[in-house]
Design a protein around this ligand. Sequence first.
Ligand SMILES: [Zn+2]
Ligand SMILES: [Zn+2]
Length: 177
Amino acid sequence: MWLMANHYIPTITFAENPVWFVLAIILLPIWSAFHFYWVHRLLHVPFFYKHFHILHHRNVNIGPWSGVSMHPVEHFLYLSTFAIHWIVPSHPIHLFFHVIYQGPGAAMSHTGYEELLIKDKPRLALGTFYHQLHHRYYECNYGNQEMPWDRWFGTFHDGSNEGTQSTKERRRKMYQG
Ligand SMILES: [Zn+2]
Ligand SMILES: [Zn+2]
């Protein structure tokens, strides 16, 4: 915010650039999902896993606080997603959106409940089976459901026995020798 206010990084207003203003709101979750996928894969490289990411994985049966339970190094890497605002022109509204998406968003995706139901109708998507499987089997589903990066990069676990087998195989290869 300080960098934006002092014109050290590029900013836009809605009046100047309405198309990009709206587009950026759509693109930010895609960027965030891409960034998260690769940062998370890096954190699963055995060295990084043993020293930093293992803390997050102490939670096998996750709850909301598990989402924000990270080693400071992981926090730094996870939140480096905001550096995109140093390069790509944006508005403080975009930054707020991005911060909420990364912060409370992480707690939501770890609630251990799939959805919030009001009068038996799903009203709010919460934790996901997708990330639950990551905490159960480790070497799968590094991304989130916003973008199919896991499907595209071959690390997807759909909850089936085959998914568990291929995940175990990946883990074995990563830790052999
Ligand atoms: Zn997690
Ligand atoms: Zn992980």
